[in-house]
Design a protein around this ligand. Structure first.
Ligand SMILES: Nc1nc2c(c(=O)[nH]1)N[C@H]1C(S)=C(S)[C@@H](COP(=O)(O)O)O[C@H]1N2
Ligand SMILES: [Mo]
Length: 195
């Protein structure tokens, strides 16, 4: 089990956050219905050759368990979440990422996207989760596969993931183009970009 380093801080709750026991559901639009048999995972952009994987192939990527806290920009936090899934770093064995790639855009169903620094994306506590606290992810929390980026605000944790695009230049994703911060570090309160 990888323990996200932020959970080991003396004060685990970032500024301006309050704790919740329950796990709220938040997203834009309605919950997409995704059939695992039809689901595809695409690696695109600055890679030697684009690649598409089925759910079965994806689940054979290196697996990881992570314990992390959730910090939502709407000011709730939920501690001690356990996640099971596929580590982002395992992708490196499946595709050759070109050296110009410095950012990623993680894509989700219905045109959702969120941008991350390549180094943040490949941080060892980042994973594509299929289980939370021992149970299969529910549709409203992003099944069959969601990203979890423990050290950034939770909007970076794309639900209903469909693929990853490698990029040389940074570009705003869905919430970022609506004014959310390009990086989103909860300890620096990187909530919104200045107008
Ligand atoms: N595909 C997709 N993923 C998304 C979103 C979204 O609108 N669409 N919203 C984000 C936001 S703003 C939050 S706070 C978290 C909420 O995840 P949860 O519903 O599992 O708590 O999902 C993130 N991932
Ligand atoms: Mo959010």
């Amino acid at each position: 089990m990888i323990v996200s380093p932020d959970t080991e801080r003396e004060n685990r709750v970032p500024p301006g956050q309050h704790l919740l026991e329950r796990w709220p559901v938040l997203h834009h639009g309605s919950v997409p219905e995704i059939d695992e048999k039809a689901w595809k995972f695409k690696l695109s952009g600055l890679v030697e050759r684009e690649a598409v994987f089925t759910f079965e192939e994806f689940m054979a990527f290196p697996r990881v368990d992570v314990m992390s806290d959730i910090h939502c920009v709407t000011r709730w936090s939920r501690l001690n979440n356990t996640w099971e899934g596929v580590s982002t770093s395992g992708i490196k064995d499946r595709v050759s990422i070109l050296p110009e790639a410095k950012y990623v855009m993680v894509h989700g169903a219905r045109g959702f996207s969120t941008n991350l620094l390549l180094d943040d994306f490949f941080s060892e506590d980042v994973l594509f989760a299929v289980k939370h606290d021992g149970k299969d992810l529910t549709a409203e929390h992003g099944a069959p596969v969601r990203l979890v980026v423990p050290r950034l605000y939770f909007w970076k944790s794309a639900k209903w993931v469909t693929g990853v695009e490698f990029m040389a230049e940074n570009r705003p994703g869905f919430w970022e183009s609506k004014g959310y911060h390009m990086h989103g570090d909860p300890w620096k309160e990187e909530r919104y970009s200045s107008p």
